[in-house]
Write a protein that binds this ligand. Structure first.
Ligand code: S3P
Length: 174
């Protein structure tokens, strides 16, 4: 697989900026953006929060797996995934087969600040949001660590993170 055809796949916890960074990368590289969460909502004709609420997380993960499979077989696209998409090793394998996996990371406190006012994330509801983030992050860390490259996003804008990714990708081509 030539680097040109390889997908760029953004993985990482909720609130690490995957969607915003993905949009910039797609624009800069002139590649289509495939957002897995958006594909799920289009398939289901309803919002993710509603899928969780009415059909449960297991159902959501099954639809997510299908959407990941469809995204992963494409070529030369930027793929942005939901924070839980890479927990399933088959999803991770499918995305890796055709792509470079880039994990975005951030401290729990940073994630808290970024997501505290968002209402569309079913997994981040309830009493102690920071504690919830810390707990989930701990469980998911080993999965995100399987990326080819990890970039810390604390204190940085999406444009800065995207610029760093583009620089790393061009270095890899040399
Ligand atoms: C999820 C993250 C969400 C979305 C769903 C589940 C997760 O995507 O896929 O709410 O399990 O971490 P973002 O990471 O884009 O918020």
């Amino acid at each position: 697989m030539s680097n040109f055809k390889k997908n760029i796949v953004l993985i990482g916890f909720m609130g690490t900026g995957k969607t915003s960074v993905g949009k910039i990368l797609a624009r800069e590289l002139d590649r289509p953006l495939v957002d897995v969460d958006q594909a799920i909502e289009e398939k289901e004709k309803r919002k993710i929060a509603e899928i969780f609420e009415k059909s449960g997380e297991a159902y959501f993960r099954a639809v997510e797996k299908e959407a990941v499979r469809e995204a992963a077989v494409r070529e030369s696209v930027v793929i942005t995934t939901g924070g839980g998409a890479v927990l399933d090793p088959e999803n991770l394998d499918a995305l890796r087969r055709n792509g470079t996996l880039i994990a975005l990371s951030a401290k729990p406190e940073t994630i808290y600040e970024r997501v505290k006012n968002s209402r569309h994330r079913p997994l981040l509801k309830g009493e102690d949001l920071l504690a919830q983030i810390q707990k989930l992050l701990e469980i998911r860390k080993p999965h995100y660590e399987k990326a080819d490259l990890t970039l810390d996003t604390d204190g940085q804008t999406s444009a800065e993170v995207a610029a760093r990714i583009l620089k790393r990708l061009s270095q890899n081509e040399e």
